[in-house]
Ligand binder design. Structure first.
Ligand code: ATP
Length: 358
């Protein structure tokens, strides 16, 4: 039997609630499949760890994670600590150190879910946004000068490297080529940002020549927001910089029904390091501890994780289960207009996985 080692990092806020539910679901899928098993180790890193030890994870944290086959992550962020500390101390530290340069964010309007787009049918919204995940606007380059004085300056420097740009664009072109519509939109802002973004566009012109089967177009990020709302059907695969895709994928999640259902994978495509899967929502402290967090984004992320491990049949079973659940339209969580608690949603999904009717 194939055995995989998973590192679970629930993190902060509702991350704990949805990852606990996600692990139950993952175990149920493995049991049903019967051909693989999961060995799960839990790491209680996050803001509590920071408050106790002065760091979001221990010094040897990355070394500990390195041998795992994949990482299942909840969220990092807590009102007691500045967001840039919690983000850079855990999630971004893992993404950058493990060279998880491709952040893959699928969005679909699942059958049965009413998104905010009036008249949109499930076939109108089936996108994958590929986000550059290691450089660009979130490179970490920059600094603060004259702190606390009137002349204080703060600078964040966007860093675009030819290697970084080319590899994410190739990844997106390959992904677009593997999807039925073979359609890729390059998002840019080269009208206003005339160095890195112009290079981003130029490199795209070069690399896309290697993928003649893929139909491509180019959009300014501001125009892309309008297109997502007014003409969702014209979009399939999208590639964008770290910042642009961060914003666009939240919009995509909202258009597909709720932040609570959207998944993401932080992928190290060469497999040198483990990849990391997580729901895109954050810690949502306003609903923490109430038992009402929507776990569907964590479940969908679990399906991406299984797919990444090569367990495509199990991944498809889980995804199909989520589709059946949404289509049945009962027992929806609150953010999708229902009354169901995290526990109730999880139990319904477990029943479906075990082949019982709901
Ligand atoms: P962070 O600062 O960690 O990104 P946040 O609370 O600012 O977290 P999100 O958690 O991403 O932002 O979400 C914003 C709001 O959307 C939350 O406050 C919550 O009300 C709602 N929300 C997000 N995720 C879920 C979920 N899984 N289930 C239900 N509601 C959610």
């Amino acid at each position: 039997m194939r055995n995989y080692r998973l590192a679970a990092i629930p993190g902060d806020g509702i991350g704990n609630e949805v990852i606990e539910a996600g692990l139950e679901v993952l175990k149920a899928v493995a049991t049903r499949d019967g051909a693989f098993s999961l060995e799960i180790e839990n790491f209680d890193w996050g803001t509590d760890h920071y408050i106790e030890h002065g760091a979001m994870m221990p010094d040897e944290g990355l070394e500990k994670l390195r041998p795992f086959d994949a990482i299942y992550f909840g969220s990092a962020g807590d009102p007691r600590v500045s967001d840039h500390i919690s983000l850079w101390g855990l999630r971004l530290a893992i993404c950058q150190s493990f060279d998880q340069y491709a952040n893959v964010r699928p969005s679909r309007l699942l059958p049965g879910i009413n998104g905010p787009l009036r008249d949109a049918a499930p076939e109108d919204l089936d996108w994958v946004i590929v986000r550059e995940n290691t450089e660009g606007e979130y490179s970490g380059a920059g600094g603060r000068v004259h702190r606390g004085h009137i002349a204080e300056v703060g600078m964040d420097v966007s860093v675009f490297t030819r290697t970084g740009v080319e590899r994410i664009q190739r990844f997106a072109l390959e992904l677009a080529r593997s999807r039925p519509r073979k359609l890729l939109t390059l998002v840019t802002k080269s009208n206003a940002q005339r160095h890195g973004m112009v290079m981003w566009d130029e490199i795209f012109e070069e690399v896309k020549a290697d993928y003649p089967e893929v139909e491509t177009d180019k959009m300014l990020v501001d125009a892309m927001t309008t297109r997502m709302v007014l003409d969702p059907r014209s979009i399939d695969t999208v590639v964008a910089t770290n910042l642009h895709a961060d914003v666009l994928s939240d919009l995509a999640a909202a258009l597909s029904g709720s932040m609570g259902i959207a998944p993401t994978g932080n992928i190290n495509p060469k497999g040198k390091y483990p990849s990391m899967f997580e729901p895109i929502h954050g810690s949502a402290f306003d609903i923490m501890g109430k038992g009402i967090a929507n776990p569907l984004g964590a479940f969908w992320s679990a399906s991406m994780l299984l797919e990444h491990l090569g367990e495509t049949a199990a991944a498809a079973v889980l995804m199909h289960t989520l589709e059946r659940y949404a289509a049945a339209g009962q027992s929806m969580p609150r953010d999708l207009g229902g009354e169901a608690t995290t526990r109730e949603v999880t139990d319904t999904i477990l029943q479906l996985i075990e082949g019982r009717n709901i």
